[in-house]
Design a protein around this ligand. Sequence first.
Ligand SMILES: [Zn+2]
Length: 209
Amino acid sequence: MMYRRSQRGIARLTTIVIGVILAVGGTSAATKPADCVQPPVKGSRWTWAQGARVSVTIDPEFIDIPGGYQALVEALRRWESAGSGDGNGSGVTFDVLDFGAAPPVGATLRISRGTLRTGGQARVSLWSASGSIVRASCVIDERVTNPLALLQVAVHEIGHTFGLAECDECEYRSSVMTRSSGVDYNDTTSGAGWPSACDNAAVRENGGY
Ligand SMILES: [Zn+2]
């Protein structure tokens, strides 16, 4: 009789412990909307390592566009703040280097200006080593001159460095990974300014953060 009772006691204690774990797990999952359409992902080697400190060089030509340079810095800051524990959990930080600074060591992101003959507002090339991105180079077409368009383009391209691909299923504004209209280089109606909860959920799952 005593033996049975103590068994039951152990069973109840086990239930309580499992319940607590589920409750903790449920808290972080609650940040993801129920009707979330997540952008496709490219695998964990196509995102920054967790906690990476990425050195960023920005082409000085962006200073010639009123608000242009600031828009790029703001796009980086938004992804950085999205990396918190209740965001995507990447913990990635971006250090924008001064012009003429010594060559960076470690993970790097370069944002430059150019003319994309293949069309599109921008393009990003990625290099992966030891399971994560170590270098990214983004070229933004010189016909993108509106600061808000620049911000949206930069937020989209940085999204590629977090393992996200184009999202054809995502509605405009619901993700930074929607495609642009493809006609107007300064279109600001089809993009988004902030990584969404759906974007962050995809980044977290893909990166294992
Ligand atoms: Zn893209």
